[in-house]
Write a protein that binds this ligand. Sequence first.
Ligand SMILES: CC(C)(COP(=O)(O)OP(=O)(O)OC[C@H]1O[C@@H](n2cnc3c(N)ncnc32)[C@H](O)[C@@H]1OP(=O)(O)O)[C@@H](O)C(=O)NCCC(=O)NCCS
Length: 292
Amino acid sequence: MSDTMRLQSFDLATQDIAEADLDGLHALSISVGWPHRRSDWSLFRSLGRGLAAFDDIGRVFASAMWFDHGETVATIGMVITSPRVQTHGGGRFMMEHILRECGARSLMLNSTRAAHALYLSLGFEVQAVVCQMQGIVREGSGAPKLDASAVEVLAPDDLPRIVALDKAAFGADRSVVLTRLAPLSRIVGIRRNGHLEAYAMRRPFGRGTVIGPVVAHSEDDAILLSASLLGDLGGRFARLDTRQPEGRFRTFLQSSGLELYDTVKTMTRGAPLAAVRPGQPGIYALAAQPLG
Ligand SMILES: CC(C)(COP(=O)(O)OP(=O)(O)OC[C@H]1O[C@@H](n2cnc3c(N)ncnc32)[C@H](O)[C@@H]1OP(=O)(O)O)[C@@H](O)C(=O)NCCC(=O)NCCS
């Protein structure tokens, strides 16, 4: 008797991700070690488009999504192939399909190490490193030496001002995303002379809570807002993804218990990433890796 066996390969069909089995998508992201909850998948599906690939008994083996931000900019994310079928061309197939749907839009994504070569080969260029900061929040972490009295809780009727500030920082209109995130989030901001200068959101995600987006004119304001949102999370898990290099903001996060866990690379095709410059609105924390 032979001690080897040859298993038949199988075909995968694709479908609109909106119709894919949610539990199957959830199992797919778990299979690659991602922390997303079922509800995180629901949120992303409500915000974007994409496709899933499944076998003839309905098991989901791959996913890829894209998210429109205005007419000309999109972000790509949730690109996964099951470890059982990786390195057989599935990732490229899914990406080529998504790129066709995105047409002439400028594109941005956050690439893991595993996907880097694939995205380079599809014309994406590295723009920045994203640091995934996470951990158990230290009790009593605050923003030392900064005046926290400037921070206020923002209400739903502040949304138009939040969207305008975000657009100045992100470089495209994320109103669809922000309108959807707002009711799920606690939102704080800093207003000076009647103008909203900074805002930050926090919501349940993955293993606990994610802080993002954070948009501000300075690291100090980003620290103030993050400190405010971390304030009552002592002893609980939180995460914040930032492109800020080592400096005051990252030091503050570390002193609050959020250590560097992993990095991904922001890559773009068609237009460069909007830079963060002190004195101008900038992105200090991502909304989520698929959303920029
Ligand atoms: C990234 C991922 C989607 C790639 O999927 P895949 O099905 O393996 O991709 P493909 O087989 O189409 O390979 C695409 C390219 O990746 C590279 N690649 C794939 N496997 C590789 C390996 N083991 N070593 C080196 N390069 C590899 C090759 O450049 C390949 O190019 P080719 O088409 O010229 O051969 C998959 O590894 C994955 O789901 N990883 C975990 C989740 C993740 O990191 N997603 C990316 C989020 S940004």
